[in-house]
Design a protein around this ligand. Sequence first.
Ligand code: FES
Length: 106
Amino acid sequence: PTITYVQPDGTKQDLDVPAGKRIMQAAIGAGIDGIVAECGGQAMCATCHVYVDSAWADRLPPVGDDEDEMLEDTVCERTSESRLSCQVPVTDELDGLVVRLPETQV
Ligand code: FES
């Protein structure tokens, strides 16, 4: 599946991500700016915050309890589109997904 990462200035980067990889892992692996992922994917840092367009919400796993708690600590404002990118595995259904990166993570 192809995932598009959009920087706050509108710059887009498309990545071909194998199913099963987390949205965070793919970004870190490709050196995409804007995702820090201090805790390495444990839902314990909130520095992998992204915004996922609500049109995709049905195809994402529900926000878990740990994720929900950490989303209260994001540096940029939490919205209804906020997710921790380490908690969202890429699936074939997510081909074409657009994730927007916040201004800052720390
Ligand atoms: Fe720390 Fe996602 S990498 S919460």
